[in-house]
Design a protein. Sequence first.
Length: 203
Amino acid sequence: MPNRAPELMWEEPASPDGGLTRAAIVRAAIELADAEGLDAVSIRRVAASLGARPMSLYTHIASKEDLVALMLNETVAGVLLPEPLPEDWREALRAIAHRSYRAFLAHPWALDALGRARQLGPNLVRHGEQSEAAVAPLGLARDDVWHVLRLVDAYTIGQAMTVASIVRVREMLEEFDDLPDLPNAFEVGLETVLDGVEGRFAR
């Protein structure tokens, strides 16, 4: 029986034999979750998609819980902005919101994963740090920082969930094909939210 992976490490250890890697396992799990949802992800299913034995995955991933944590960390990597952040708080929050929206729309299971997470990966921590840095020019009290970030997150995540649901309905019911596409709906709503932030908190 292969040795089990140690306690979760966020940085992948080197693979001396050049064979199966943890990165490949995480990618396969994300693809499965994108197609069928988070509950479809299991060590056995991921192993089958890779043409590997389930026990071979345990040398890289100790448990499904760790696998989901790594999937979420990998997904949130796409939300991070390149440094340095825009100096204008609206521009910075806008960029973060757009990246978050695209990530959660492409991977709607990530919200479920976030709710189950027992450990926060470095990318999620960095995302929080970037969000706080984005609103720093407003000079807000700590509570108001969280009010602003929660407001923007609630709008962004809510819109991603709504659009993902509409996409699923359209895939199932042909009669919904005539629903109008609103390509600018997210941008219009986001600017409205940012207008509200500016009106209440900007000095």
